[in-house]
Write a protein that binds this ligand. Structure first.
Ligand SMILES: Nc1ncnc2c1ncn2[C@@H]1O[C@H](COP(=O)(O)OP(=O)(O)OP(=O)(O)O)[C@@H](O)[C@H]1O
Ligand SMILES: [Mg+2]
Length: 504
């Protein structure tokens, strides 16, 4: 019996048919193109027996051609000037180009090849045309068995036609495609093209290709959660679970059970076996969020798991293993904590195999802030059914000057509030309600005295506990939900703040 019979595999022909059928269904159903694009490049490559597929879209304003999806490694968005290279040629002329030996072709650009970092031999490139306009380019590289055939040309033409049609049904057009890195999955638009973020994307993409443990470090609201997920969805584990463990919100006594699970009867009330998150993440990614808040005694248990990938459920004798990639995130300075004996240094060293520093928003520049602002305005305008909204002329400069202590989350909250409050089609500076005090470029954490001056008012006669809770809540609101800053301002840990807010 041949291997092919044991493991039934779709033929190239079947894969081609299915891909077209999916695109057709998607167009009829107005499904988000992004859902399909998540696996698109891989599927096109397989259907054509090729190594790599890239979908490029043309920016209507500048004529620049930008990569939208590609096989892994998914590079940060590539940009090709009009007319440049084979992609530029196809975008300009609308010709289908089938090249057997890329290096010998005069249109081939060494510069683009270097950016893609991929050695190309054969390539098939076709325009995506819609309503007589060239909207993008579909490019397939390296036919596995020689060169692309006339049948491949025919197939890719039909495919490009379908994609052109699909573009009509989505917001994903060349001229208004969201800026920044395109990631797999619809919740994974990471916006921002500043050099600071480009460096982050490069690390993320490289780390995603391996099983290495990654430590994300950055201020609150910089996108650590989003980027942790980006690592997962860009890795070979993307079909397996991504399991989030928040070390802040868990009461210390429950963290161990949450992580490793427990056996029936392990303690009073444990009337069934419960699997831990480590087991739930098997095959996938375990995201340890706010790692700096993990109680010391548990750090030892985690260390063992990080080193050996073995653990026991509470009350269990069996030693179990789980195959997980670990991504951890923190806004705390773990090195300083380790020096102060608040964090195990052996655990810190094990986790920082790849350490990625996420820059605060104020270091990303005005263009990133503008792109993010446009993204959030669109998103909230849709959510609150506000119709198309624009930002007033004085808004962007104000956003650019503001210090954003709560980073992207604060920007998101600010614009959500502005969208809700706005009247008419333009968001004005008043709708933003930015505090001028904080536009100095310095992060000002208010002191208790400042809070008093600003007036956090509590009715007299409250029980102390309730007064504490309300005071903490008011401080949190003043700091736009920035829990770390609020905890710092209150002189307590984030853990304690979380419990205080829950009234525990
Ligand atoms: N580059 C980005 N593009 C688009 N949205 C972003 C970006 N960065 C962050 N966000 C959004 O901002 C919000 C805050 O991001 P996230 O929760 O990932 O931050 P965080 O660093 O984990 O914060 P914390 O330390 O407070 O947990 C989320 O809604 C996220 O989707
Ligand atoms: Mg987070």
């Amino acid at each position: 019996m041949t291997r092919a019979m044991l493991v039934p595999r779709m033929s190239e022909h079947e894969q081609r048919f299915e891909l077209l059928a999916d695109l057709g269904a998607m167009i009829a159903g107005e499904v988000e193109l992004d859902d399909l694009l998540g696996t698109f490049a891989d599927r096109v490559s397989r259907a054509l027996g090729a190594d790599r597929t890239t979908l490029w879209l043309i920016d209507g304003a500048t004529g620049e051609i930008r990569s939208r999806v590609a096989n892994l490694p998914e590079l940060p968005e590539l940009r090709v000037p009009p007319g440049h290279g084979v992609v530029g040629h196809v975008a300009r002329t609308g010709e289908l180009v089938n090249i057997r030996d890329a290096h010998a072709d005069p249109r081939w650009s060494e510069q683009i090849a270097a950016k893609i970092g991929y050695d190309t031999r054969s390539m098939l490139t076709v325009p995506i045309v819609r309503r007589e306009q060239i909207r993008g380019v579909l490019q397939v590289l390296n036919k596995r068995d020689g060169a692309f055939t006339a049948r491949d040309e025919e197939f890719i033409r039909v495919l490009a036609e379908q994609i052109g049609r699909a573009l009509d049904y989505t917001t994903l057009r060349g001229d208004d495609a969201q800026r920044g890195m395109s990631l797999r999955g619809r919740f994974n638009h990471v916006i921002g093209t500043s050099p600071a973020m480009a460096a982050v994307y490069e690390m993320i993409v490289r780390a995603a290709q391996t099983d290495a443990t990654v430590l994300l470090h950055g201020e609150t609201g910089t996108g650590k959660g989003l980027l942790a997920r980006a690592i997962h969805v860009n890795s070979a584990r993307r079909e397996a679970p991504f399991v989030h463990v928040d070390c802040t919100t868990l009461p210390a006594a429950l963290v161990e059970s949450e992580l490793f699970g427990h056996e029936r009867g392990a303690y009073t009330g444990a009337d069934a076996r419960v699997l831990g998150k480590v087991e739930a993440a098997n095959g996938g990614t375990l995201f340890l969020d706010e790692l700096g808040e993990l109680p010391l005694p548990l750090q030892g248990k985690l260390l063992r798991f990080v080193q050996e990938r073995t653990f026991e459920r509470i009350g269990g004798r069996e030693t179990l293993t789980a195959d997980v990639r670990i991504v951890a995130a923190t806004n705390r300075d773990l090195a300083a904590m380790a020096n102060a004996g608040q964090f195990r240094s052996d655990l810190y060293f094990r986790l920082r195999v790849v350490e990625i520093e996420i820059p605060p928003l104020r270091e990303r520049g005005a263009a990133d802030i503008a792109d993010l602002a446009a993204h959030f305005v669109d998103q909230f305008a849709r959510r609150y059914r506000k119709g198309p909204l624009r930002l007033g002329d004085d808004v962007l400069p104000a956003l650019g000057e503001y210090a954003w202590p709560g980073n992207v989350r604060e920007l998101e909250n600010t614009l959500e509030r502005a969208v809700v409050l706005s009247q008419g089609p333009t968001i004005g500076i008043k709708d933003l309600a930015l505090e001028p005090r904080r536009t100095t470029g310095v992060v000002a954490i208010p002191t208790a005295a400042a809070a008093e001056a600003d007036g956090i008012h509590l009715p007299p006669g409250l029980p102390l506990e309730e007064a504490e809770r309300r005071y903490a809540k008011a401080m949190l609101e003043r700091l736009d939900g920035n829990q770390s800053a609020a905890a710092r301002a209150l002189g307590i840990s984030r853990n304690k703040l979380a419990r205080l807010l829950k009234g525990e």
